[in-house]
Design a protein around this ligand. Structure first.
Ligand SMILES: Nc1ncnc2c1ncn2[C@@H]1O[C@H](COP(=O)(O)OP(=O)(O)OP(=O)(O)O)[C@@H](O)[C@H]1O
Length: 354
């Protein structure tokens, strides 16, 4: 078996991973196909996909809950798929996990839940006390330390989950839809906590989600999974600016503030109609580009008036990213796009309206 040239370079690495599962009545289901993906140390990597795309299967391979049918999964250079016994336990200590429904023990307090993995690992009582106190402070639950899960809000429960996952000082944190059961405001506070942990502890985070907003708000890198295949991957900013795959685009249309007004969407058609029509163009820009002067120049230099239909500027990481939907006279569409492209904006024809 060939080994990667520098097996420690990536925190997590999937090499040509396939996973076939025996499904009742359906024969074999191929959950993952030829998955190759590298997560650099210290990255926050978001994996997005629809229900059944294979996200959970992919995540569960990182702590050995699933083994590849073929291919290799390594964590910090250790082959998880082939590890057994003490070797597998050692890898699992390096990999913490948090869950959508928190998976806390109802019979234990906040303190007791966080202490559990340390008790299992057999740490001395004094060491457990000191570590748990530090973790409780880190996740901001000092006032709740003696409470039971039933007395906590969803956000507080997830904080306990995060503290428990960090107890064994892992190198990697896996997040299985950790904010899916939370309201938008609580989601933001939990994502902020994960960002702090990533920054302060240098922890690599691999998270799965079906929400592009989560990827936008936290992930430095992302991959899109569709029917068991990685169809697109790269730095989050780059994927947002220039999505290549239809699945990525469909996920993006929900978050980038570029949904067409209903009365236009209803009249859109794919091909240019005969007679006068408007071409609807998506304009994407990143960095410090300002579109206003560019649209003014489009009018003054090209004689093409653009109607602004929708738009939003957001921040991904620390870099601005903008999306604008405009319409121009279809007869001048190609020239307008050429002008905007030449000036560093990216354009794409969305369709036509009469
Ligand atoms: N234990 C299993 N036995 C048989 N098939 C399975 C098993 N687990 C998952 N599958 C199948 O593998 C495919 C991928 O499932 P997986 O749970 O990884 O997707 P997912 O993207 O996490 O979906 P969701 O977001 O709904 O949890 C699906 O077709 C699913 O039905």
């Amino acid at each position: 078996m060939s080994q990667p040239a520098n097996p420690t370079a990536a925190a997590i690495r999937f090499d040509a991973v396939e996973k076939a599962l025996a499904a009742q009545g359906k024969g074999r289901v191929v959950a993952l196909r030829d998955v190759t993906l590298e997560v650099p140390p210290g990255a926050i990597c978001g994996i997005i996909g629809r229900s059944g795309a294979g996200k959970s299967t992919l995540l569960r391979m990182v702590n050995g809950l699933e083994r590849p049918s073929s291919g290799t999964v390594t964590v910090a250079g250790h082959d998880v798929g082939r590890a057994k016994g003490a070797g597998l336990r050692r890898i699992r200590r390096d990999v913490g996990m948090i869950f959508q429904h928190f998976n806390l023990l109802a019979s234990r307090t906040v303190y007791g839940n966080i202490a559990l993995p340390l008790e299992i690992a057999g740490l001395p009582a004094a060491e457990i006390r000191s570590r748990v106190s530090d973790l409780i402070a880190r996740v901001g639950l000092e006032a709740q330390a003696k409470r039971y899960p039933a007395e906590l809000s969803g956000g507080q429960k997830q904080r306990v989950g995060i503290a428990r996952a960090l107890a064994t000082r892992p190198k990697v944190l896996l997040s299985d839809e950790a904010t899916s059961a939370l309201d938008p405001e609580t989601t933001q506070t939990v994502l902020a906590l994960l960002r702090d942990i990533n920054r302060d502890l240098g922890l690599t985070i691999l998270l799965i989600t079906h929400e592009m907003g989560v990827v936008r708000d936290i992930a430095s890198d992302m991959a899109v999974i569709d029917a068991g295949r990685i169809v697109e991957a790269g730095p989050t900013h780059d994927v947002f600016v220039s999505p290549q795959h239809p699945t990525t685009r469909s996920f993006l249309s929900g978050v980038t503030g570029i949904n067409l007004p209903g009365f236009i969407a209803a009249r859109m058609q794919d091909s240019r109609p005969d007679g006068p029509a408007q071409e609807v163009i998506r304009v994407t820009f990143s960095g410090s580009h300002a579109t206003d002067p560019m649209l003014a120049r489009l009018a003054s230099e090209m004689g093409t008036e653009a109607n602004i239909l929708a738009g939003a500027v957001e921040e991904i990481g620390t870099r601005p990213f903008g999306n604008l939907l405009i319409s121009v006279d279809a007869a001048k569409g190609a020239a307008a796009r050429g002008f905007l492209d030449r000036h560093g904006l990216m354009t794409e024809v969305m369709g036509y309206v009469r």
